[in-house]
Design a protein. Sequence first.
Length: 178
Amino acid sequence: MADALLKFFKFIDLAFARVIEALVVVMLIAMMSLVATQVILRNFFDSGIAWADVASRNMVLWVAFFGAMLATRNREHIAIDALMRVIPRIARNSVRIGIDALACFISFLLARASYFFVLSEWQSASELFPGMPAWIVQAIIPFGFAMISLEYAIGIGLDIWRIVMEGRLGYVAGRGRQ
């Protein structure tokens, strides 16, 4: 039963990662196409797309959050680990799990705060450009921080599982989904 449940969660995790990867590719292609079209229209036809600059800036935001989700999932995010190289492995695992728990908590707080920000944008009915409510585009902010927090929580759970349940004392915490 536990193996089936673990396989199910691994399948969901992998499927979610693949969807995010595909969205990054689609967003990058769309953003590059939009910017290239805008440059051609401005330089050769003295015109342009009125909403292209705003849209491309917001696409960068989406790509950044999707990339941060994937980096957190794979533990490939920016980290300063000079201290981790000099402390013993057992202490290193404890410190790594503690730091990840702090990052999880801070990401949760940022998700919560950005949720209220997006809610206020929804209530004010502001638009980025005609017909595009700002809150729809900004919804990536709380979603992104919530997913980053969830990825940290999953990573912490996997680290503890590997250290305690599997008896892998030689295991180094913070390795992601390996």
